[in-house]
Ligand binder design. Structure first.
Ligand code: ITT
Length: 182
């Protein structure tokens, strides 16, 4: 199958998508075409609008992915603003916001937006539940991986990237897309 174009500035997203895609003989190819991210709390809406925008530029089928971490005790902050918050305060800032907080529940959500050759958009979502660790741990992955411990694990995603690739929000969303496109 010809590679699926994936518009993103984040090479980790491509690596993870290809890890999932290879089981289905689907390959994702990165294109770096910046697109405006609408301001909305729904990653699904951000992905939908992003896919339309990129399709209108390149006139070829394309996917984009919008994702984020949603922290229970912070009323789902930073959510769809995760990239901005990571740049501004990073993992140390998130741990600081949760100082003394007993409820450390959190989830990652991924939304893949796919725009087909006719300009029709579909979205595919994935969620992984877990909690925020007390310390930054591990060197694998990216972003919030060193502070996210998935359910039924004691290690962060950054300490256990193999597990991440099996159960992550991105794996779930990309897998749904692969099953749709096959
Ligand atoms: P593109 O928009 O160019 O695809 P990006 O990295 O800016 O790349 P997003 O706008 O979707 O991606 O922002 C997602 C942010 O959420 C990302 O920067 C991380 O901070 C965080 N994030 C998303 N998925 C993650 C994951 O699997 N592990 C750790 N952090 C993640």
């Amino acid at each position: 199958m010809t590679p699926i174009l994936f518009a993103t500035s984040n090479p980790h997203k491509i690596e993870e998508a290809n890890e999932t895609g290879k089981k289905h003989n689907i390959n994702f190819k990165q294109i770096e075409l910046p697109y405006p991210e609408i301001r909305d709390e729904s990653v699904e809406k951000v992905a939908r609008e992003g896919a339309k925008f990129v399709f209108n530029k390149i006139k070829k089928p394309v996917i984009v992915e919008d994702s984020g971490i949603f922290i229970d005790a912070l009323n789902n902050f930073p959510g769809s603003y995760s990239a901005f918050v990571e740049k501004k305060i990073g993992n140390p800032g998130i741990l600081k916001l949760l100082t003394g907080e007993k409820n450390r529940g959190a989830k990652f959500i991924s939304a893949v937006g796919f725009c087909d050759a006719k300009g029709i958009v579909k979205t595919f979502t994935g969620t992984v539940y877990g909690k925020i660790s007390n310390e930054i741990k591990g060197t694998g992955g990216f972003g919030y991986d060193p502070i996210f411990i998935p359910e039924n694990s004691e290690l962060t995603f950054a300490e256990n990237p193999e597990l991440k690739n099996k159960i992550s929000h991105r794996k779930i969303a990309v897998e749904k897309f692969c099953l749709f496109i096959m």
